[in-house]
Design a protein around this ligand. Structure first.
Ligand SMILES: NC(=O)c1ccc[n+]([C@@H]2O[C@H](COP(=O)([O-])OP(=O)(O)OC[C@H]3O[C@@H](n4cnc5c(N)ncnc54)[C@H](OP(=O)(O)O)[C@@H]3O)[C@@H](O)[C@H]2O)c1
Length: 339
């Protein structure tokens, strides 16, 4: 296994990171441990979680994912794991996190409350990569970076990262950090897949120039690229089936963003490309997202350990130029299917 550095940090990670956001909802503790053990036994040393998990976030379950993951951490040597977690971003009309009375902000008070909660639930005394889950449009970036830097100074955090950020936010944060002598963001965790290529428009170049690593999340577009939604009826017992049949408008909107006419038309083409190349579409999609110079590690998800066979197979796959060209043709024909 080739381990890669995150940004300019000392963190060396497997090219696949195991995501945990379903632990406590779609995957119970037993399933979660099996997923984690399967990943670890295959050489995965990098694990991603967040204070607001599991998804969909609720006041009843918030924090449960870190607790389940924390129990599993105890079964391993701490030094053998690179652990990433996140402080919730600012509440907005779209999403009010069910923690700290829904008043979250990327300020010193919330950052310090968040790190203490995560350390306690995970049962560790430091986090390897501490990420801002999504940006705060009100608190000045300078103030956020000073507060985050204090965590690095204190030894509670080794390195910083951000998530769901744009080119302005990433560039401004790291420029401030460089001028003020503060810890900078070494990584950005954004949605990136065959169906979601917006990162290539601008952020890819920021990452290259600034030596910041992308940690792509949702490489299967939440399961869409497996092809399971390419059928007449919305299936059940899968993420977007659960969301589609749910009354919650936020969940319904998520289902419509990921599963729509354009995303299904693109997926149908990727299914053909994968079949002709002799691999599962899940393997194709995972390998595609790992295949960029600015990507350190692709964050995968699983409801059950058996799903990992096809995602982890990407560790042994190098996509040919011909397959990559065919994938680009799909994108040229159906631009930005997820908007
Ligand atoms: N920073 C952020 O805002 C953010 C947002 C999203 C995710 N993330 C991180 O990224 C991780 C991965 O995200 P994701 O779960 O969306 O990634 P993903 O790999 O795109 O989707 C994973 C889902 O696809 C389905 N799936 C997986 N393997 C499959 C297979 N072999 N065959 C058919 N279906 C399969 C499963 O859902 P079903 O079985 O339910 O269909 C699974 O939960 C998360 O755990 C989290 O750590 C971060």
């Amino acid at each position: 296994m080739e381990y890669r550095y995150i940004g300019k940090s000392g963190l060396r990670v497997s090219p696949i990171c195991m995501g945990t956001m379903s632990f406590g909802t779609w995957s119970d503790k037993k399933a979660a441990f099996k997923i984690l053990d399967t990943a670890f036994d295959r050489g995965i040393n990098f694990y991603d979680t967040a204070e607001v998990y599991p998804v969909p976030p609720t006041a009843e379950l918030v924090g449960l994912t870190e607790k389940i993951f924390g129990e599993w951490i105890k079964t391993k040597k701490r030094d053998s794991l690179i652990i990433a977690t996140k402080v919730a971003g600012a509440a907005s009309g779209w999403f009010v996190p069910p923690i700290r009375a829904g008043l979250t902000a990327i300020d010193r008070h919330h950052i310090e409350a968040a790190i203490e909660g995560s350390l306690q639930r995970l049962g560790v005394d430091y986090i390897d990569l501490y990420q801002v889950h999504w940006p705060d449009m009100v608190v000045p970036i300078e103030e956020s970076m000073i507060a985050l830097d204090r965590l690095v100074e204190s030894g509670k955090v080794r390195y910083l990262g951000t998530s769901n950020e744009n080119a302005y936010g990433l560039t401004k944060a790291n420029t401030v950090a460089d001028y003020e002598g503060l810890a900078r963001f070494q990584s950005i965790q954004n949605n990136f897949s065959l169906l979601s290529r917006r990162f290539l428009d601008e952020l890819a170049n920021v990452c290259r120039k600034e030596q910041v690593s992308l940690l792509p999340y949702s490489p299967l577009a939440g399961g869409v690229l497996s092809g399971k939604y390419n059928q007449k009826e919305m299936p059940r017992n899968c993420r977007f089936g659960d969301y589609y049949y749910d009354e919650n408008p936020r969940q319904k909107a998520m289902a419509a963003r990921f599963v729509n006419e354009a995303s299904l038309a693109s997926t149908a083409r990727y299914l053909q490309i994968a079949s002709a190349a002799g691999m599962s579409p899940v393997t194709l999609a995972t390998a595609w997202s790992m295949n960029f110079d600015f990507v350190a590690s692709t964050i995968i998800g699983a409801r059950s350990a058996d799903q990992l066979t096809e995602t982890l197979a990407a560790l042994d796959v190098k996509l040919s130029d011909d397959v990559l060209r065919q994938c680009n043709e799909v994108h040229a024909d159906i631009l930005y299917p997820m908007g």
